[in-house]
Write a protein that binds this ligand. Sequence first.
Ligand code: PHE
Length: 339
Amino acid sequence: MIETIKDHITKVEQFTATSKDEIENFRITYLGKKGLLNQFFAEFKNVASDQKKEYGQVINQLKTRATDKVNALKESLESNTVFEGKFGDLTRPGNPIPLGARHPISIVKNQIIDIFSRIGFNVSEGPEIEDDWHNFTALNLPEHHPARDMQDTFFIQTNPDILLRTHTSSVQVRYMEENKPPIRTISPGRVYRNEAISARSHCFFHQVEGLYVDKDVSFADLKQTLQYFTSEMFGKSKIRLRPSYFPFTEPSAEVDVYWGLETETDHKMTKGTGWLEIMGCGMVDPNVLKNCGIDPDIYSGFAFGMGIDRIALLQYQISDIRTLSENDVRFLNQFRSSW
Ligand code: PHE
């Protein structure tokens, strides 16, 4: 008999349960009114008197073990329930994480940065709120210069020396002031002009300007660099340079890329000519180099500047520039990209 009770003690110790019902059945089996313990207690009177002591000890042991077990199992089940309530079913597959999409401006900007970084250009940035010197004066546009009218500017009312930069050429000035040639840098960023907002133009947009200053930099270097860029960016290497004017470059040119006339869109985009204007460029005016502390007798350089928004409109056939800043998720969701 004592051996049977000892077996039960082992069984009780090994028992585990995952549900309330199992625990309750276990409790009834051992501790219930008609349970084993009561049966063993009832047997007590029939036990030989020399064994009564040991018998008493083992049934008491069985009783405490069974009671402890029931309590422990109940407790662990309850704490598991709380856990589940908090985190749900931990084996369930996770919720899908909604993937964002990069803004088309960022995609195009990153592509341009990547293309130029492959030929040794680094990225430089500067403030959007600029002073007159960096945005105009250092760039050969002294006060009252008629070229300042080309870019109607947002000035700070209380201090006309402070303005929202009209181009990222201001960053190039800062870069030349702080670095010695050889310089190879591109400056992406947001710029502002006081223009009426329409489908074609906005009062703010984005630019990437490039600057290369070293000994013996020539117009041929500029042309090769631009050709490399257009073939990498658009897959089109036929370009033409039309003479133009910028106060900070001499000579200056507008760059057109030959887009082709294969599709109806090509016709529409290029107004039937096949050519698309994509940027301005030129050889840095010696005055500008001087203003930035670089000796124009030793160094020469080229610069170029293009609008990122315009290129994004081209690349993605977007017809209204305003959609780029409206933050409509339905629009933005269409631009999934690894860039
Ligand atoms: N800064 C000029 C603009 O904003 C672009 C440009 C840059 C032209 C460098 C020539 C050289 O229009």
